[in-house]
Ligand binder design. Structure first.
Ligand code: SAM
Ligand code: ZN
Length: 366
């Protein structure tokens, strides 16, 4: 079956596990990830003046490599799977694009070869590839994680094992997942005296995606460590507190309602995006991309998000207060009128970030 995406046409398997249908029949392709790929190419276009080479570390059908080559990059595509390698070669050729396709365990490849941009898009957790990826990536590392249940604390032990942090399944679970992932990536980079600075991150349809700008140097890496810390959270009234520290000093009782609290960490508490970078990416998404409108909307919301490590859901607060919810604009205006910062978030239509605590929010909007 042929699919066209972002100006290229590639062959992908009809269905995922149609084993006997010839070369490539079992190769992975997920149309739902088109937004992920459109944003990726937006990033590649936005950083084209500083980057030339791109590694599609787990290429499957080759779609990312084909799109990156079409955007002018010198691409390398890698996969361990025979059929994937054949299909990726075929798809580059059918678009008249050059690119090297490597049939290898990408960890071995990444320990030996450097690329300006490395893109990890594995099944599940990217952690088994993180060390090698930081050896390989010169300027940017792009990471997808699809194991959202471990990341957000719904599969607690698995999250602890993979990420070396305590995840908690709070009301802001999607952001918990992102910040657990960022914590593990920042700590992994630091082992190599590298600072990994998130410049764009989003959580969309059951995956987490982040783009990290890399900077060499022990002191730069130290500064990133300073943005790791803990969040205490009350499941009862949604009160929370965060503290940047590696030595946890948790609150055990909610000061707002007296319930016992949960502590998560070390998670990443620093900025998950750089608004100027996100604006540049937004401007690099052409109208011709299939998800142009959705991608731009997502990037607009991300660019406007406050740099706070957690968010609230307006509807969930009103439910706890047994009061009817109000419109988002009215709600955000009420917070601002009371002197607080407030922004929407991309985690959901009724989610917001603010510097106000849960009691101050209530006072401002009720
Ligand atoms: C989720 S798919 C990649 C999807 C693709 N990037 C896209 O956008 O459609 C993961 C791929 O990683 C490959 N893979 C798994 N382990 C690998 C390894 N150690 N080295 C290289 N490729 C690997 C699998 O064969 C599979 O094709
Ligand atoms: Zn409470």
């Amino acid at each position: 079956m042929e699919v066209s995406e972002g100006g290229v046409t590639v062959e992908v398997p009809e269905k995922r596990h149609g084993a006997s249908e010839g070369s490539g029949a079992g190769v992975f392709y997920n149309p739902v990830q088109e937004l992920n790929r459109d944003v990726t190419v937006g990033v590649l276009r936005a950083v084209a003046d500083e980057c030339d080479t791109y590694l599609d570390a787990m290429t499957a059908s080759g779609i990312r490599a084909v799109r990156a080559a079409d955007a002018g990059y010198a691409v390398t595509a890698c996969d361990v799977d025979d059929d994937a390698v054949a299909l990726a070669r075929h798809n580059l050729a059918r678009n008249d694009l050059d690119g090297e396709v490597v049939h290898r365990n990408v960890n071995a490849h990444m320990h030996e070869h450097r690329h300006d941009v490395v893109d990890l898009d594995p099944f599940g957790t990217p952690i088994p590839f993180a060390d090698a990826a930081f050896r390989s990536a010169g300027e940017y590392l792009c990471v997808t994680a699809t194991d959202t249940a471990p990341l957000c604390g719904a599969h607690f032990e698995s999250g602890v094992r993979s990420y070396g942090a305590v995840p908690r399944n709070t009301e802001f679970h999607a952001e918990m997942g992102l910040r657990v992932l960022l914590s593990a990536l920042v700590r992994t980079a630091a082992r190599y005296d590298l600072a990994a600075r998130p410049v764009l991150s989003h959580v969309s349809s059951h995956y987490v995606r982040t783009y990290l700008r890399l900077e060499s140097g022990a002191r730069a890496a130290d500064r990133q460590i300073e943005d790791l810390g803990y969040v205490d959270h009350c499941q009862q009234c949604l009160w929370r507190r965060h503290e940047a520290t590696l030595v946890a000093d948790p609150v055990t009782e909610c000061p707002n309602c007296g319930q016992s609290t949960w502590t998560a960490g070390p998670i990443w508490l620093g900025p998950a995006h750089d608004a100027d970078f996100v604006d540049r990416v937004r401007a690099s998404i052409p109208d011709t991309f299939g998800t142009a409108e959705k991608s731009r909307e997502l990037l607009d919301t991300v660019a406007g998000e406050l740099h706070r490590p957690t968010h609230y859901d307006q509807h969930k607060l009103y439910k706890r207060w047994s009061e009817p919810a109000i419109g988002m604009e009215e709600f955000l205006s009420a917070l601002r009128a009371a002197g607080h910062e407030a922004s929407r978030t991309h985690y959901g239509g009724t989610t917001f970030k603010t510097d106000a605590g849960v009691a101050a929010i209530r006072e401002a909007v009720l």
